[in-house]
Design a binder for this molecule. Sequence first.
Ligand code: ATP
Length: 145
Amino acid sequence: MATIKLEVVSPDQVVYANDIAMLIVRSTAGELGILPRHAPLVTGLIPHAMRIKLNGGAEEQLLAVSGGFMEVTPEKITVLASAAEGPDNIDVNRAQKAYQRAKERIAAFHQGAPVKDKDFDVKRAEFALQRAKARLVAAKAHFDE
Ligand code: ATP
């Protein structure tokens, strides 16, 4: 069965390394499926739950990535992520709080509430929401869209 190496690296550790059947990621250019012998590629990643297919595609693992870059060669996929966590390392309670906090900040901004925090940046809140959502999806935890 054809496989391709996947290595996911965060600033402090190798988070994941394995021979896999396929990787499905959300890149800055849209969703991409990477199979063995994929053409060389470099792209940015947005925060999401990557889907890692194993055993010829019969098994799927999820991994939350907080944005970064992906380099693909025909033999290897390297993901350089600002942060990445597998389901066992995700603090669901923390992610739910981060999700709620970001959602409330974005809603208040769109309702024209006075901005208390002079450093408030709606884009930053939107990215925080995406990171929290990626963690909740990867942990298969509940959240209200
Ligand atoms: P928070 O607002 O809860 O700090 P964040 O999205 O701002 O979340 P990041 O800046 O993406 O956090 O990550 C900072 C560090 O904390 C990284 O090492 C990341 O792996 C870790 N981290 C963040 N949230 C979680 C979580 N829910 N579970 C486990 N680790 C987390």
